[in-house]
Ligand binder design. Structure first.
Ligand SMILES: Nc1ncnc2c1ncn2[C@@H]1O[C@H](COP(=O)(O)OP(=O)(O)OP(=O)(O)O)[C@@H](O)[C@H]1O
Length: 217
């Protein structure tokens, strides 16, 4: 798979409670797409369908031309950073980040070096032995982003990842996200309620309304 796969939603439909979601459209490979829309419109549900946390009742999700419907989360070329609860509470920050290098934590010298580099890039050098509970919400999000950096999958999905950060730190993480994007050409989707963040980061925008994609530009 290329580092810049397109994402296609082919009438991907899902019912959750009394809500019926139907998503259609293509996200261009190598784009950075902001996903916007009112609370409860279906932004997280869209990301869950792409990542594999939800499976469509009908229709298809394709990444890089390959149908994803029957693939588990770990089998998809995707990494996700959620709004919170990204870290394992019983593992220190070095180990949490290391899960992005190797899920079974068999870390060789190069892997350990990459973890150190990623933590330095997100401003968490020296936090290696700290447990998640001892970090602020913003520091925890930066650790989650460090794990996404080392995981380096072709598709990066971010669900309001920087909401807990102050504006300055949010801007820095946005810059880091764009640096990673320039280095790898990955395909990025980011849910954001922050117009400044959307303007800084995204080259495309999706609007979600009434459980569907209502506009793209
Ligand atoms: N498992 C579920 N069972 C029933 N309803 C659900 C389920 N998951 C989500 N929903 C509903 O689907 C709608 C869309 O949820 P979703 O989390 O995708 O919204 P969102 O656009 O990400 O909202 P926000 O901006 O508030 O995070 C909401 O009304 C939510 O209550």
């Amino acid at each position: 798979m290329t580092q810049s796969p397109s994402i296609v939603l082919d009438a991907a439909a899902l019912a959750l409670g009394d809500k019926n979601f139907v998503f259609g459209g293509e996200i261009a490979g190598g784009s950075v797409t902001a996903v916007t829309g009112r609370s409860g419109s279906g932004k997280t549900t869209l990301l869950n369908l792409i990542a594999g946390f939800e499976k469509p009742d009908s229709g298809q999700v394709l990444i890089g031309g390959a149908v994803m419907n029957d693939l588990h989360v770990a089998q998809r070329p995707v990494t996700v950073v959620f709004q919170e609860n990204n870290l394992f509470a019983h593992l220190d920050i070095f180990t949490n980040t290391g899960l992005g290098v190797d899920a079974s934590l068999r870390l060789d010298r190069d892997g350990r070096r990459r973890i150190g580099e990623a933590l330095t890039r997100v401003g968490l050098k020296g936090f290696e032995n700290r447990m998640p509970a001892s970090l602020s919400g913003g520091e925890r999000q930066r650790a989650a982003f460090a794990r996404a950096l080392v995981r380096n999958r072709p598709v990066l999905l971010l669900d309001e990842p920087f909401a807990a950060l102050d504006p300055e730190m949010r801007g820095e993480m946005g810059t880091l996200l764009l640096e990673l994007h320039a280095e790898t050409g990955n395909t990025v989707m980011i849910v954001s309620h922050e117009p400044d963040e959307v303007a800084q980061i995204a080259d495309h925008r999706l609007v979600i309304e009434n459980q569907a994609i209502s506009a793209r530009y």
